[in-house]
Design a protein around this ligand. Structure first.
Ligand code: ADP
Length: 317
């Protein structure tokens, strides 16, 4: 478990992390989201004792990082891809790490196999692809069999197979009862991986909730209807107090109503329907809606979503 209590970090006049209080629970994958500059990396660095809080506290299994006797037994982290000592083979790189952290050497072949690098254990990481480098970084994080694992943007630059592998690994670690904390700016990937979300903006906590609830609370849901008789359907729904707006492509969009009610009203008025489909916004749209006011750096061309938020996805669910 990771506990943040009023965690604050200031750099001069910039408040990077602002009184963050939350708990990252074991047994689930917790996604850590926030626009660029929101304070995610700073928070993760403080969790790992790499940066000192200006105020507040962060505890790993109830202790400060610097008080952990053998940190790799408690928390393993994959931070941004960094080069490994060029001269050593993958196996020797992990051996050195094991020795200096009091981890039995038999863990080295175990973790190499676990990440699928057993066959290249005697190769130097210099020649590794980005995906293989990530796997080696994950092997290092798993070496001490820690209860807490932290991944900062783990799928950046990976191919679909590598992305899927990391996703499955994180889910598997969570089912083993580990605490899995992962940051990513790839919303579609996060939607497939995380069970719970912690969202920050300008250093402050914006949401600490389940994935399903986050999407429900921060998105517009509506029913898309296609009919050869749009005017009649619009009147029928309007009479029943249902708000209808024209959608793209000749469809109508009915807000705050379930599909069954729309179908029943259409039937009662003898209106033929060609399509009746409930639409739910994606995680990305819910995230844009929530963080629209908390974006520090934004391209001038990017849609802000500030004017009522972006339109929900028009894709079939
Ligand atoms: P994120 O990881 O969410 O993109 P960061 O934690 O990197 O956000 O940054 C949060 C804020 O803190 C930004 O305004 C950034 O410029 C500032 N910041 C981060 N590290 C430093 C530093 N070492 N010195 C000064 N400002 C920093």
């Amino acid at each position: 478990m990771i506990e943040l209590d009023g965690l604050t970090k200031r750099y001069g006049s910039t408040t990077a992390v602002d009184r963050l209080t939350c708990t990252v629970q074991p047994g689930v994958v917790t996604g850590f989201l926030g626009p660029n500059g929101a304070g995610k990396s700073t928070t993760m660095r403080m969790m790992l004792g790499l940066d000192r809080p200006t105020a507040g506290d962060v505890r790993i299994d109830g202790k400060h990082y610097e008080d952990l006797r053998s940190p790799l037994h408690h928390i393993g982290a994959l931070l941004e891809a960094k080069s490994v000592h060029g001269g050593r083979t993958a196996r020797n790189h992990l051996r050195v790490l094991a020795q200096s952290n009091g981890i039995p050497e038999r863990r080295v072949p175990e973790v190499l196999d676990l990440v699928g690098l057993g066959s290249v254990a005697n190769k130097r990481p210099k020649g590794f692809s980005l995906g293989m480098g990530q796997r080696l970084g994950i092997a290092a994080a798993l070496l001490g069999d820690p209860k807490i694992l932290m991944f900062d943007e783990p799928v950046n630059g990976l191919d679909p197979e590598g992305i899927r592998w990391i996703r499955d690994l994180m889910k598997h670690l969570a089912t083993e009862g580990k605490t899995v904390f992962v940051s990513s700016h790839l919303m579609s990937e996060m939607a497939l991986t995380a069970d719970h979300l912690i969202v920050i903006g300008q250093g402050r906590l914006l949401a600490d909730t389940s994935m399903a609830q986050f999407i429900r609370e921060n998105s517009r849901s509506y029913v898309r209807v296609r009919t050869p008789e749009p005017e009649r359907l619009r009147d029928a729904l309007g009479e029943a107090g249902v708000t209808v707006a024209p959608g793209g492509d000749g469809t109508l969009e009915a807000d705050d109503v379930d599909a069954a009610r729309v179908g029943e009203l259409a039937a009662a008025h003898g209106v033929v329907l060609h399509e009746l489909s409930p639409q739910q916004a994606s995680l990305e749209e819910a995230f844009m809606r929530l963080t629209a006011g908390a974006v520090q750096y934004q391209s001038h061309n990017a849609p802000t979503g500030a004017a009522g938020g972006p339109e929900p996805s028009r894709k079939e669910q």
